[in-house]
Design a protein. Structure first.
Length: 64
C-alpha cells in the first residue's frame, strides 16, 4: 500500500529548461524527503511515469 498517490498530467512535468527536471518530479523528491523527516521513515509515494492518455489504468494503479 502506498502512503501517497500523485496524480498529474504528464505535460505538466515537462522541464522548463533543458537538463532540468519537471516540477512534478521535483515535488515528488522534496515531498519524499520532507515526509521521511517528519515520519522517521521513508514514505511510499507512487506516481505513474509511463501511462498514456488512452491507457486503461485501473489495474495498473490498483497493482502499484
Amino acid at each position: 500500500m502506498n502512503d501517497v498517490f500523485i496524480s498529474y498530467a504528464h505535460i505538466d512535468d515537462q522541464a522548463l529548461t533543458e537538463g532540468q527536471k519537471g516540477w512534478i518530479t521535483q515535488f515528488h523528491r522534496i515531498l519524499e524527503m520532507r515526509l521521511g523527516q517528519l515520519l522517521g521513515e521513508k514514505p511510499t509515494i507512487w506516481r505513474d511515469q509511463k501511462l498514456q492518455g488512452s491507457d486503461v489504468f485501473d489495474d495498473k494503479i490498483v497493482n502499484a
